[in-house]
Design a protein. Structure first.
Length: 368
């Protein structure tokens, strides 16, 4: 009776240690939206159903129906860009993979049936990785840190993508303004060149004066062509970052000019303090160093040996005598470090830890 309680207690403890919550992508997106509120405005999401994709399409059509502001461009990229959706999905996969490393492997059940003359032997073996079980608490800590690292990485990637969209929008609108200016200059130069031709015809301009006006006009034509090319290039870059189709690209409208600058700049002290607290690269470097350090300690043990432990119960039937007997015991399967002492694996972990340490030091220097 007491033995059954002990077995049940051990089993319950194993299940408790092995229990590991799955990754909730909605919660991860909520955390990313909170940490990058100034960039996403809480609009980052992953479309997993057809209904969600339809709503994304409707939102995209609404945004494209009017001149696209900078905030609208960011919202359109978050809702419409397949690359943005792909990076969110990949981040989900990275979190799930990190979560998996903190789980214990499933036990292995082995069944044998052996007949020798009048005897029939049935063997049953239930085995589990003993080293995996012993290192489970440490692997769960590493797993949680890796999940946190993947979340911070998602926030950093989103900030980078949104910043690229904002910069592309500014370049596209600025290119339009420069094109308008180049067109005005070209019209003025054309009028000046025509006036110079007429003035020379009546003797009021010398040939040199007319040539100067013609050169100015030719230069304005070249500047206009360059501005037109810049508009096309900037617009195509914005279309690519927004993930627009050819049909959507034809609907894209931009404002005539950039918005006015704020009347007063933000206080430098406040901006610096906020940046030091919220810098994603610093958070990521700190998590990478923590994961590398803990993984290095774990890999030192895993690189040397591995142990499989199992309990066995065999039943032997003697058909001649009609008797049945049972045998119970345990097995240990140990991997011996004969050909591979794990030196390469340990060297790799040492290098990763060293790289993470230097990366954190570099980020700390850049903070000041």
């Amino acid at each position: 009776m007491h033995r059954n309680f002990r077995v049940a207690g051990v089993g319950a403890a194993v299940l408790l240690l092995a229990g590991c919550a799955s990754v909730n992508i909605d919660q991860a997106l909520q955390e990313a939206n909170q940490s990058t509120q100034d960039f996403t405005q809480g609009k980052l999401e992953l479309s997993r159903t057809e209904r969600q994709r339809q709503l994304r399409g409707q939102l995209s059509e609404q945004l494209l129906a009017k001149p696209l502001t900078m905030d609208d461009a960011v919202q359109l990229a978050l809702a419409n860009s397949p690359s943005m959706q792909a990076l969110v999905a990949q981040s989900w996969a990275d979190m799930a993979a990190a979560n998996q490393t903190g789980r214990i492997g499933n036990p292995i059940f082995t069944f044998e049936r052996i007949r020798a003359g009048d005897e029939l032997e049935l063997g049953r073996l239930l085995s589990i990785g003993l080293l995996d079980l012993l290192t489970l608490p440490q692997r769960q800590v590493i797993s949680r840190n890796q999940v946190a690292q993947a979340k911070v990485q998602l926030s950093g990637t989103v900030v980078e993508q949104v910043s690229q969209v904002r910069q592309a929008w500014v370049r596209a609108v600025a290119a339009q303004q420069l094109l308008q200016y180049a067109d005005q200059v070209n019209r003025s130069a054309q009028a000046s060149a025509e006036l110079a031709r007429r003035m020379q015809a009546v003797g009021n301009f010398t040939k040199l004066q007319r040539v100067r006006q013609q050169a100015f006009y030719a230069d304005s034509v070249a500047q206009l062509a360059s501005a037109q090319h810049a508009v096309t290039a900037a617009r195509e870059e914005l279309v690519r970052l927004l993930g627009l189709t050819d049909a959507q690209a034809t609907q894209l409208m931009l404002p005539d000019r950039l918005p006015d600058l704020p009347k007063e700049p933000k206080a430098a002290a406040g901006v610096s303090a906020s940046a030091l607290q919220q810098r994603i690269d610093v958070q990521l470097a700190r998590l990478q160093l923590d994961v590398a350090g803990k993984s290095q300690n774990l890999s030192l043990l895993n690189s040397l040996f591995d142990v499989e432990a199992g309990v066995r119960r065999d039943t032997v039937f003697d058909n001649h005598s009609g008797e049945k007997s049972h045998r119970r015991g345990y097995e240990l399967e140990i991997r011996l470090p004969i050909f591979d002492w794990g030196g390469a694996q340990r060297a790799s972990m040492n290098a990763q830890s060293l790289a993470a340490e230097f990366d954190q030091s570099d980020q700390a220097v850049r903070m000041f």
